[in-house]
Design a protein around this ligand. Structure first.
Ligand code: FE2
Length: 318
């Protein structure tokens, strides 16, 4: 694989307070160097004799490759972040930012605050869309390689000294202010529109229980906190409970094999939540059976271990 150089995206002569000379040097010497390094690393990897024995050079080169590739990608995004007037955000983007940060001003303070914290050190400040949660987040990427897995960065501020020293000296604050004045929000908005088309990671699908409603552990925790009446039934199989040491606090264990023996003890006016070890089968089957009998029953997704993973309270299982 040979990576191709991207033409400079912003028009340097239009920038306000960032000189063409600084952009030219940055593009040629830093972006260009990252791309050339990336291609040299790719070539070296292709030339490796991989045989059957582990090749220690491979791991080293793959580490170097991440740094060079991310430096290349982030520099391209950086140059594509500049060229606007920095002030007016398109409505859709402004409301997305306000949703995730409280307000556009709050976002500005956080983004510029992170940059100020990096001044004198190095790293990137990125505004990144995270498909998993459908939200925007500001992040630091040090050493070019701390990007959020699956995240789509849509705005990049380069805080390595080479990005400003030539012109601003050690005055990183003036550089950050100049960057903020030159953000091309209409370009950021287009990247945002592309980013939100990225699907989140596929959720667990349980086709056989598609008609049985589930409830998340967080929702169950909220119900308990707010004092909403709920009957919580631990239906882990009997053979499993002989080695189990703990049980969700607030739950009672009932043998899923003997549903008929205990179904009469449940109230039909209060919702029922059932769960098993991981939330795959028994809890779902029990919830399904209870629903058929007229109960408002749901299974707790993720089961016992999901409850423990959110540090929900447990007690000794006797
Ligand atoms: Fe740079």
């Amino acid at each position: 694989m040979r990576y191709q150089l991207a033409p400079l995206y912003c028009r340097p002569w239009t920038l306000n307070g960032i000189s063409a000379r600084l952009i030219e040097s940055h593009y040629e010497n830093n972006y260009g160097a990252a791309l050339n390094r990336l291609n040299a690393i790719s070539e070296e990897i292709e030339r490796l004799d991989l045989g059957s024995a582990p090749n220690p050079a491979l791991v080293r080169l793959k580490r170097d490759e991440i740094v060079a590739l991310n430096s290349t990608l982030l520099h391209e995004l950086y140059f594509a972040s500049l060229g606007g007037d920095g002030r007016v955000l398109p409505d859709a983007l402004a409301s997305a930012i306000a949703k995730d940060f409280g307000s556009v001003d709050r976002w500005r303070q956080e983004f510029a605050g992170i940059a100020t914290g990096l001044a004198g050190g190095s790293g990137w400040v990125l505004l990144t869309y995270v498909p998993r949660d459908g939200r925007l987040i500001n992040q630091i990427a040090s050493e070019h390689n701390q990007s959020i897995a699956g995240g789509v960065p849509i705005l990049a501020l380069d805080m390595y000294e080479h990005a400003y020293h030539l012109e601003f000296g050690a005055n990183a604050g003036a550089y950050i202010a100049a960057f903020m004045r030159n953000i091309d929000w209409s370009a950021v908005k287009l990247r945002y529109e592309d980013a939100i088309k990225v699907a989140p990671p596929r959720p667990l699908e349980q086709k056989e229980f598609a008609d049985v409603p589930s409830i998340s552990v967080e929702e169950v925790r909220e119900m308990m906190k707010s004092g909403t009446p709920v009957q919580i039934i631990d239906t882990r199989p009997k053979h499993y409970t002989t080695k189990a040491q703990d049980i969700m606090d607030g739950a009672v264990w009932r043998d899923p094999e003997r549903l008929d023996d205990w179904i009469g003890t449940l109230s039909k006016t209060e919702p029922v939540v059932t769960f098993c070890v991981y939330g795959f089968h028994i809890g779902c089957q029990t919830a399904s059976a209870l629903r058929k009998a007229g109960f408002d029953a749901r299974y707790m997704a993720g089961g016992h271990y999901a409850w423990k993973a959110i540090k929900g309270p447990v007690k000794l299982f006797e």
